[in-house]
Design a protein around this ligand. Structure first.
Ligand SMILES: *Cc1c(COP(=O)(O)O)cnc(C)c1O
Length: 382
């Protein structure tokens, strides 16, 4: 199985090239911040928040230091009693649990759906107890969790819905009543991350909270800034969690590119779908017809899980980098052993950890590179 070398090196993400294409706007933005020298809470922070809010259909945007802090702040804003339970999917990035655990709340895991990778709403509802304070839905890999069902469950039980939207900025979800909602703006609070590799990434760490409720936005602002609304007068115990002016200025430039980049990712995904749908042993990512998919990741499942790692090694030998998000479910992580879960309790999450493989997808991936990647996958699986 010797294949010719890739046409040009295949990367998981080509941020250097993406940023080169945005010159001189990025340099100008940086220079402007240096000249004004208001590095904390400078004007670009509010401008970026307003622009992102507009993009998200009129939501309030409260910038903060990173996506993990955003989750922490979202939970803090609910003012839950110590030990309250927070329902989270068993197949997610660890930050979702970490925020709850650090606040002295108890993460309660529920399994995910095997086709969309997202939290199973029925399992989430079944896990609700009198101690439940919140459900955190993660829009994994760029497609919305079942916001219709989750919103109804949240209302029925009086349990807040938090949307971890670090991977799905710009995705939309069509409700049965015809309403189209932007991911991150349906629950009581949405959170997002501007980690460089996210669909809207800055050049360092950054994050934001999203909400439609102006009172909650004010509370989140306060919590993210030492619990103060007026300098040196502290209403609450807060965090120092701010988005740097420099990152906000760069994000203003990058936000303008987001719709184009999303369309480019979707075009790459459509080509993968067409080429891989009929490859035996490969399951392409399922589309929920109610949600758009912004393809933070293009994640296939290898049905024979014994072959997943071999496929990854083969692709590596062909010069095709891939990633496994995530290799170990959260309940199997030593840090969360104290929750007392056992192997076998979340069979879908456990199986997915052995089956998933994320292929290169980014706005500058060329058709030639993609054809090469597809040939490599087919040649191994065929
Ligand atoms: C990236 C990510 C986070 C954390 O964001 P940071 O900015 O790295 O703290 C949280 N949840 C999910 C689902 C993520 O993908």
């Amino acid at each position: 199985m010797i294949l010719p070398a890739p046409p040009t090196p295949v990367l998981l993400l080509d941020l250097a090239a993406e940023h080169a294409a945005l010159q001189p706007a990025l340099n100008d933005a940086m220079q402007e911040v240096m000249d004004a020298a208001t590095f904390i809470q400078g004007p670009a922070v509010g401008q970026f928040a307003a622009e992102l809010g507009e993009y998200l259909g009129g939501a309030h945007v409260v910038p903060c230091a990173n996506g993990t802090d955003a989750l922490t702040l979202a939970l803090m804003s609910l003012e839950l009693p110590a030990g309250a339970e927070v329902i989270v999917p068993a197949f997610t990035y660890v930050a979702t649990l970490e925020a709850a655990a650090l606040l002295g709340l108890r993460p309660v895991l529920v399994d995910v759906l095997s086709d969309t990778f997202n939290i199973d709403p029925a399992a989430a509802e079944a896990a609700i107890t009198p101690r439940t304070g919140a459900i955190v839905a993660v829009h994994l890999f760029g497609q919305c969790a079942d916001l219709e069902a989750l919103r109804a469950i949240s209302a029925r039980h009086g349990v807040a819905l938090i949307e971890d939207n670090a991977q799905a900025i710009g995705a939309t979800f069509q409700m049965q009543n015809g309403e189209t909602a932007m991911a991150g703006t349906v629950g009581a609070v949405g959170t997002t991350s501007f980690f460089p590799s996210k669909n809207l990434g800055c050049l360092g760490d950054g994050g934001a909270l999203l909400t439609r409720d102006s009172a909650r936005a004010a509370l989140l602002h306060q919590l993210a800034n030492h619990g103060q609304s007026r300098k040196y007068y502290h209403q609450r115990i807060g965090l120092n969690s701010r988005l740097d002016t420099l990152q906000a200025a760069l994000l203003r430039v990058k936000l303008q590119q987001l719709p184009h980049n999303t369309a480019a990712r979707q075009a790459v995904a459509a080509r993968y779908d067409a080429a891989l749908a009929d490859v035996a042993g490969v399951i392409i990512p399922a589309r929920d017809s109610r949600s758009t998919h912004v393809f933070h990741q293009y994640t296939i499942q290898v049905t024979d899980t014994r072959r997943r790692n071999d496929l990854q090694h083969f692709l590596k030998s062909c010069g095709v980098p891939t990633m496994i998000y995530y290799p170990l479910p959260v309940h199997a992580q030593p840090a969360y052993a104290y929750l007392g879960y056992r192997a076998g309790q979340f069979p879908v999450a456990e199986r997915l950890c052995g089956a998933v493989l994320s292929l290169p997808i980014h706005p500058l991936l060329t058709v030639e590179q993609q054809e090469y990647i597809i040939d490599c996958v087919k040649s191994f699986m065929g």
